[in-house]
Design a protein around this ligand. Structure first.
Ligand SMILES: [Zn+2]
Ligand SMILES: [Zn+2]
Length: 267
């Protein structure tokens, strides 16, 4: 079994279980390596507007890093990496960099969860889809993903087609949008994440979809693998299917990171 590079902790306010339980679950399933990548504070909002049930508080960031370091020592030599999942918000790049440079990280996952402040993956804000022409919405979402890639801030782009989470998709072909996006990702030299949490939501398929992943392979974009676990039992969930899809489009390796340097793990 390969590696799971997208694991949350209860510090983000919407995951549960102890970090030790996530590690135990990983080892029980035969994973060779894991990485914690919890939601960093909502740096893009003034402190009074931040929501503790979406991301850790500002003052918890150092605690999070300290806890991962403790767990690394406790389970040595089992490899546990220090990552973070960071929202990309256009125009806030400098604020984000200031948060991220406070710690030596193994890797940073970049996520687009907001479009002009609309949390489109939040079930409570699902009616926001009604306000959009879906083709335009997808274009807008993927152009934000392209900007995230070009920012150079991230090591891997998490769940790159998250906009499909509720299964709300435009009719007709959007290959052109995908291809523009993948070209930009390839030019930026960033990885994309194959994220199995799509199997647990109405979309009912891994992020990204197979067509997008085929383009990633065509343009030689490396991939990381993550379950987006918010519960210990979700660690490694759906990985058999993910590995099958990766192999079917031609991938033989996934990327791991040590202090931002890439290694390749044979799948
Ligand atoms: Zn989360
Ligand atoms: Zn996410």
């Amino acid at each position: 079994m390969p590696v799971d590079y997208h694991i949350h902790t209860k510090m983000c306010g919407h995951a549960s279980g102890e970090m030790e339980e996530y590690v135990a679950s990983a080892r029980q399933k035969g994973l060779r390596e894991i990485g914690f990548a919890d939601h960093i504070p909502m740096y893009f909002l003034p402190p009074a507007k931040r929501d503790d049930s979406i991301a850790m508080k500002e003052e918890e960031l150092d605690t999070y890093v300290g806890r991962v370091r403790e767990i690394q020592e406790k389970y040595y030599p089992f490899p546990i990496k220090l990552g973070m999942e960071a929202d990309f918000v256009p125009g806030m790049e400098n604020e984000l960099k200031a948060v991220l440079k406070r710690h030596d990280l193994d890797y940073i996952l970049g996520s687009v969860h907001y479009l002009d402040g609309w949390g489109f993956d939040n079930p409570a804000q699902r009616d926001g889809y009604d306000r959009w022409d879906l083709y335009e919405l997808y274009r807008r979402y993927f152009s934000t993903v392209q900007k995230a890639a070009a920012s150079g801030i991230f090591d891997s782009l998490a769940h790159p087609d998250l906009i499909k989470k509720f299964g709300i998709r435009p009719e007709g072909d959007i290959t052109e949008i995908y291809e523009d996006t993948v070209r930009e990702i390839a030019a930026a030299g960033v990885c994309i994440e194959v994220n199995t949490s799509g199997l647990r939501v109405p979309a009912g398929e891994i992020y990204p979809n197979t067509g997008f992943l085929q383009l990633c392979h065509k343009y030689r974009v490396p991939v990381t693998l993550g379950s987006d676990a918010h519960l210990p039992q979700q660690v490694g969930a759906g990985f058999k299917e993910a590995v099958d899809i990766l192999k079917s489009v031609g991938y033989t390796k996934v990327v791991t990171f040590t202090g931002k340097n890439k290694n390749y793990y044979q799948i």
